[in-house]
Design a protein around this ligand. Structure first.
Ligand SMILES: [Zn+2]
Length: 81
């Protein structure tokens, strides 16, 4: 990787309140988490399907000062790998 390929600070989300650019929480207000299990012959269970449905807003919160950073959430989503 060439040095020029490294992300520049302008590509990084930083909290305008405390400058934190490392730790962020994503909080879903209202989520329904449904997991389908099949029971095995020995009585154990194996998860087959995990369906999470988020009904409410998703917030992005600073991991240090808890400031609401939801204005960055779209960019955050695009940068998830
Ligand atoms: Zn902060």
């Amino acid at each position: 990787m060439q040095p020029n390929d490294l992300p520049t600070p302008s590509n990084r989300i930083a909290c305008p309140e405390c400058g934190n650019n490392e730790e962020f929480y994503e909080i879903a207000d209202n989520a329904v988490i449904t997991t389908l299990y099949t029971q095995n012959d020995d009585g154990s269970f194996t998860p087959e399907e995990d369906t999470s449905q988020i009904l409410g807003d998703i917030k992005l919160i600073c991991g240090r000062c808890q400031k609401n950073l939801s204005m960055f959430h779209q960019r955050f989503s695009e940068m998830l790998f």
